[in-house]
Design a protein around this ligand. Structure first.
Ligand code: NDP
Length: 510
């Protein structure tokens, strides 16, 4: 604390916000010491200059003859050129997936399918560092999260569904579970590998083949996964990966030879997909946006709650569909809780995603950063009070300071719209009834959190929350055995657990 030069520097970079009194530095100051950087080596992964489509077990050039560039959002430097598929490429991939389904995968006994899934899980674990570094390079998320969350959870999904592949008759007692056929899967940029695992693992376990379209800004780990499929000797055509813009996602889900559509992304695109498949006999699951309420009662263990709140909204830069973006605090503890929260925010390290000490990495893309900035400006304009800790942001790349709003009204845009960034809106309540009413007052219903010392209160609140997942005294915990999905505009259908398997099978009577 005594390093005068560091304190001077902190003063220079400080902006806005008031640092909590406990640091004793006065207004707008950063922590007055520097951490040594601890960068993860990036040479574990070879990023090639070009990646084609992965169809029929081979990498092929796109029929369109076109390519686009994918970048590192923390530096804005190009990483690689990626094939830009067209409708003919999609048609080809679906045809290949159909043949693989008919001739091989759809006929294979469950025990055989599970061997491949176990193999994939093991390879993902063996190559976990490679995947973590590549995920961080392409998405901007901190390496400690890709290393400790995204990659292990992705492998865990394959382990879990590998275990179900030969036990479907126990999963659905008295019924026969048949695969649906070809699954079209469109995934977003916030958890590129994990969303791939959530989609591909149950689909394959149930005997379907897939054509997956990753988000344009984060195709690289999906294309590295293609290599895992080859290494695992997965029969050609069982997994196919097509890259390209949103219209390619639409061509894929509309394709007449697709039996199942699984989408994760924005509610706006989810609605378009819903309309596109309405009236067809395609099975559909949609995992869309959220505006989760995280409710803290006056008997909650405050320090534990602070960690849960921070994890709830600043994990993955807040680019999480189930992020705890609306904090409801019981009025009697609002003051100490907000003070502690500001204190904690001031310790978050924003910067190089490959640095093992980084807590908040880069926003995934320029459009997303612009959206966050626009909503934060709207919050200020509508009269909420903003707090941002002092911290130096890198000169290049898409970065945004952790942000806290107090004095937020239910009607404010920052309390209603999904920001998908490191921005927390704090609201207050007096009674449990008021908390439940305010928490449910949103078009979304994906997740929620409740913090209290009383088990009875947990049960009373949880059953009244209109949200697919409700965490109690924790937040953002994921497990392959547990179903995940939304109410209302957060979508329908469940992923994960046996429910997730259900979405990929047709049940027939014995
Ligand atoms: P999108 O919903 O546009 O993207 C998700 C996926 O859908 C991507 O693969 C995208 O492809 C594809 N896609 C885009 N348009 C279409 C279309 N018309 N038909 C079929 N597929 C399509 O999300 P954005 O990336 O635009 O993010 C916008 C907002 O969505 C965010 O600010 C956030 O609020 C929300 N979001 C929610 C997510 C969630 O997990 N629920 C995840 C990501 C975003 P491409 O990348 O090529 O455009």
């Amino acid at each position: 604390m005594g390093d005068q030069r560091a304190i001077e520097k902190a003063r220079r970079v400080g902006r806005g916000g008031d640092l909590p009194a406990s640091w004793g530095l006065g207004e707008g100051q950063a922590i007055p010491w520097e951490y040594a950087s601890a960068p993860e080596a990036r040479d574990i992964v070879e990023v090639r200059s070009r990646y084609g489509l992965f169809v029929g077990g081979k990498e092929i050039a796109p029929r369109s003859g076109e390519w686009f560039t994918t970048i590192d959002p923390s530096t804005e430097e190009p990483l690689a050129e990626i094939a830009r598929a067209n409708a003919a490429d999609v048609d080809h991939a679906v045809g290949v997936a159909r043949r693989a389904f008919k001739r091989e995968w759809g006929q294979l006994p469950g025990a055989e399918r599970s061997k491949y899934l176990f193999r994939i899980a093991r390879i993902l674990q063996e190559r976990s560092r490679e995947f973590a570094v590549l995920e961080t390079l392409n998405s901007g998320k901190p390496i400690k999260e890709s290393r400790d969350v995204d990659v292990p959870l992705s492998a865990a999904h394959f382990w879990y569904y590998a275990g179900w592949a030969d036990k479907l008759e126990y999963a659905f007692p008295g019924r026969v579970a048949r695969p649906l056929g070809v699954a079209a899967q469109v995934i977003p940029w916030n958890f590129p590998l994990l969303m791939l695992a959530w989609k591909i693992a149950p689909a394959l376990a149930a005997g379907n083949t897939v054509v997956l379209k990753p988000a344009s800004s984060t195709p690289l780990t999906a294309l590295l996964f293609a290599d895992v499929c080859r290494q695992a000797d997965l029969p050609p055509g069982v997994v196919n990966i097509v890259t390209g813009p949103g219209e390619i996602g639409m061509a894929l889900v509309r394709h007449p030879d697709v039996d199942k559509v699984a989408f994760t992304g924005s509610t706006a695109v989810g609605k378009l997909i819903g309309k596109a498949v309405a009236g067809t006999d395609k099975a559909v699951t949609l995992e869309l946006g959220g505006k989760a309420a995280n409710i803290v009662f006056d008997d909650a263990p405050l320090d534990q709650a602070i960690e849960g709140i921070v994890n709830g909204i600043f994990f993955n830069q807040g680019e999480v569909c189930c992020a705890g973006s609306r904090l409801f605090v019981q009025e009697s503890i609002a003051e100490p809780l907000v003070a502690k929260l500001k204190d904690r925010l001031s310790t978050l390290r924003v910067g190089d995603p490959l640095d093992k000490n980084t807590d908040v990495g880069a926003i995934n893309n320029a459009a997303q950063l612009a959206k966050i900035e626009e909503l934060v400006e709207a919050g200020v304009a509508e009269g909420a009070e903003i707090f941002q800790p002092a911290c130096e942001l890198p000169e290049r790349g898409f970065f945004f300071r952790p942000t806290l709003f107090t004095g937020v009204a239910q009607s404010h845009r920052i309390a209603q719209e999904e920001i998908f960034g490191p921005v927390l809106s704090v609201l207050t309540f007096r009674t449990p009834e008021e908390a439940v009413e305010k928490a449910n007052n949103t078009p979304y219903g994906l997740s929620a959190g409740v913090w209290t010392d009383k088990g009875s209160r947990i049960f009373a609140i949880v059953k009244r929350m209109r949200a697919g997942v409700v965490w109690a005294n924790t937040f953002n915990r994921f497990d392959p055995t547990s179903p995940f999905g939304g109410y209302k505009e957060s979508g329908f259908g469940r992923e994960g657990g046996m429910h997730g398997m259900h979405a990929y099978v047709r049940l027939e009577d014995r």
